[in-house]
Design a protein around this ligand. Structure first.
Ligand code: SAH
Ligand code: DHB
Ligand code: MG
Length: 225
């Protein structure tokens, strides 16, 4: 990354708003030791997700893409004591590392990591929903980008009016501008953004982000009444 300034600014903001936190540091170190890629949200992004979930008054949170549980810890800390978080993860190894990190952070009791393709897990959750399970108040989509359009559809079936939906990595260093991109991640982000904009059930926008993760963006949406 040639652009150092956004990184320096992120460090400055981290110094102000995300002081070193042993549980979060442990989650990143254990993820690294377990061979997981270093692609968790940044500290200021984690804090942002945490604040959004609290602002939404979330009692039930759904996450797609657990990795080592870094974003999961930020989100779980937004829950009231009796709140629940369900996180969907394809990799059994990632899930195992994440469960250890969630326990170490003291939020293991309120979190459940479900292993498998998120689309299959969403289908199971939808069955539970039709049998009377409560909807989710807050959703964070951060798994494989090619499936984002299908994830949005699946998550809407688990939502209620007022549910907040956030999705990571929808700008991809500007690669979303390329309609002819052969990259499935780019095509997934493009289709997701278009669907988010067009779905009459949603009010949404996308914010570009710069910082320690380079140039990307997060989508934010609310399900209409
Ligand atoms: N939310 C995490 C980062 C997630 S990285 C954080 O910010 O801390 C994306 C994760 O999605 C990886 O762990 C990857 O294994 C997982 N993933 C990839 N394909 C998936 C699929 N089909 N279903 C569920 N998870 C998937
Ligand atoms: C990458 C970044 C992410 O935030 C993510 O969820 C997946 C991959 C990356 O930089 O490769
Ligand atoms: Mg991400």
């Amino acid at each position: 990354m040639t652009d150092q300034l956004p990184r320096d600014v992120d460090r400055y903001l981290e110094g102000l708003f995300t002081p070193l936190d042993p549980a979060l540091e442990h989650a990143l170190a254990a993820s690294d030791a377990g061979g997981l890629p270093a692609i968790a949200v940044s500290p200021t992004q984690g804090k942002f997700l945490h604040l959004l979930a609290r602002m939404a008054g979330a009692r039930r949170i759904l996450e797609l893409g657990t990795l080592g549980g870094y974003s999961t810890i930020w989100l779980a800390r937004a829950l009231p004591p009796d709140g629940r978080l369900v996180s969907l993860e394809l990799s059994a190894h990632h899930a195992e590392v994440a469960r250890g990190n969630l326990r170490a952070a003291g939020v293991g009791e309120r979190c459940e990591v479900i292993v498998g393709p998120a689309l299959a897990s969403l289908a199971s959750l939808e069955t539970l929903r039709t049998r009377g399970a409560a909807p989710f108040d807050f959703v964070f989509i951060d798994a494989d980008k090619g499936n984002y359009p299908a994830y949005l559809t699946g998550c809407l079936a688990l939502a209620r009016p007022g549910t907040v939906i956030v999705a990571d990595n929808v700008v991809r260093r500007g690669a979303v501008l390329d309609a002819a991109s052969p990259d499935a991640n780019v095509q997934g982000a493009r289709a997701f953004n278009a669907q988010l904009a067009a779905d009459a059930r949603l009010d949404a926008t996308v914010l570009q982000l710069v910082g320690t993760k380079g140039h990307d963006g997060m989508a934010i949406a609310i399900v209409r009444a």
